[in-house]
Design a protein around this ligand. Structure first.
Ligand SMILES: NC(=O)c1ccc[n+]([C@@H]2O[C@H](COP(=O)([O-])OP(=O)(O)OC[C@H]3O[C@@H](n4cnc5c(N)ncnc54)[C@H](OP(=O)(O)O)[C@@H]3O)[C@@H](O)[C@H]2O)c1
Length: 396
């Protein structure tokens, strides 16, 4: 992927930006006298902890021409994988380039988001000013006010009516992951069960809702909270979303777990043949033990950083398959299916059948300080959070 950006010096940029700023909220644009868009990006030149390597970098973008479109970002989430990518431990590498005008090759953080096209070059086809777009692949760098690219890197949201930027900006990773894992590994029918851990994650919450819509029944494992009332509130929250059963990881690792599941599944006569694993570690073995012969355990996350150990007996005698799923690879291999999946989820959102994950909105205005933005990124992998961090862009 290549970004064609022009840059100007910081000393020149700031006064020009002030001169050309208007007072209309929402539409206020930071343009220089020659139509150069003033942009800011959370960028890094080396791998490391976000607080150590990220900085807010200013640059300018030339007017869109030929096949280029200029984007203004509206909402970009802070996903766990984004942090891993900055740490240098994620398989999909960021795009380090010199096009941002920094002295060293620089990458922009963030992989997911929605942007509005604010201008399009003369040979751009099928996209126009005002369209909302999401990124076709990871590595785009979405924690930025503006970007310029060609349309092959973008998926257009065909109908943005009834959608918030937050909904459009978070559809392509978590809901798509849940959707494909429920559809592509085991042919579940109405009434069938599946089990998952990490059930309060964005993916987990999407899986609960999609399963409910499709008539599947879910057993959901969450992390125990130190405050029992907080645990109960979390259980109720997921049940309100459509979860059939919600247990804590402590309960799932207790010897009573098997009986609890037996009771819920008509004495074990209703089989469970799919498990979704966000967490890893010993919890996966507890889930594996209650699965039917020939089941699939699909690992998509490793939040505990503990490995999944595979008991030989479960493989030999029950033929349990241990699969992995990575939405980036799936999207690259299935671009049309990806578009359909995104559109289907957005239809459900519009119809009020798919609720937003709890979000922790981080406002990004033109004046917002880099430290505030970086603090929100650094907090993503720490402790229990009330919601997923999402940059919501204001007057940029
Ligand atoms: N393979 C793929 O294609 C794909 C796609 C999307 C996401 N993912 C992965 O899926 C995971 C969840 O992503 P997300 O965006 O849905 O996350 P999210 O909404 O930010 O939520 C993170 C979840 O992880 C749990 N968690 C945090 N630290 C934990 C720990 N030490 N042990 C156990 N659980 C812990 C949290 O539990 P609490 O609710 O208790 O706080 C929360 O439910 C991440 O590993 C992400 O990289 C993979």
């Amino acid at each position: 992927m290549s970004f064609r950006l022009s840059t100007c010096s910081t000393s020149l940029r700031a006064p020009l930006a002030r001169l050309t700023t208007t007072t209309t909220p929402v539409t206020r644009r930071h343009l220089s006298a020659y139509g150069y868009e003033q942009a800011k990006a959370l960028a890094f030149t080396n791998y490391g902890e976000p607080k150590d390597v990220l900085r807010l970098h200013g640059h300018s973008i030339s007017p869109a021409h030929k096949d280029l479109v200029t984007l203004r970002f509206l909402a970009s989430p802070i996903n766990p994988a984004d942090i891993n990518q900055i740490q240098g431990v994620y398989p999909s590498k960021p795009n380090f380039s010199t096009t941002l005008g920094a002295p060293e090759p620089t990458a922009v953080g963030g992989n997911e988001g929605v942007a509005e096209i604010i201008s399009a070059g003369g040979s751009v086809k099928g996209f126009q000013r005002g369209d909302w777009v999401i990124m076709r692949s990871p590595g785009f760098g979405t924690w930025r006010t503006h970007a310029q690219t060609t349309t092959e890197n973008l998926l257009k949201i065909e109908d943005k009516s009834g959608l918030t930027p937050l909904q459009a900006g978070t559809v392509s990773v978590n809901p798509c992951t849940a959707y494909r894992m429920l559809k592509d590994f085991v042919p579940l029918k109405e009434g069938d069960w599946f089990i998952q851990n990490g059930s309060n994650s964005g993916v987990g919450r999407a899986a609960i809702q999609l399963a409910k819509l499709w008539g599947y029944r879910s057993i959901n494992i969450i992390r125990d909270r130190s405050d029992p009332s907080a645990t109960e509130a979390m259980k109720q929250d997921l049940k309100d979303l459509g979860a059939d059963i919600v247990l804590t990881d402590t309960e799932a690792m207790d010897k009573s777990f098997r009986n609890v599941i037996k009771e819920a599944t008509n004495g074990g006569r209703e089989q469970i043949s799919l498990a979704l694993n966000c967490v890893g570690g010993k919890l996966v073995n507890s889930m594996a033990k209650i699965l039917a012969d020939n089941s699939h355990i699909v690992t998509y996350g490793a939040m505990s950083r503990e490995p999944v150990t595979v008991p030989a007996g479960l493989q030999i005698f029950k033929n349990i398959s241990y699969d992995g799923f990575w939405v980036s690879r799936w999207s690259d291999a299935n671009p049309e299916e990806k578009k359909k999946t995104v559109e289907h989820v957005l239809d459900l959102v519009r119809e009020g059948k798919f609720k937003d994950t709890p979000f922790d909105e981080v406002k990004w205005e033109w004046e917002t300080k880099g430290e505030e933005l970086i603090k929100a990124v650094q907090g993503t992998l720490q402790g229990f959070r009330s919601g997923k961090g999402v940059f919501v862009f204001g007057r940029t």
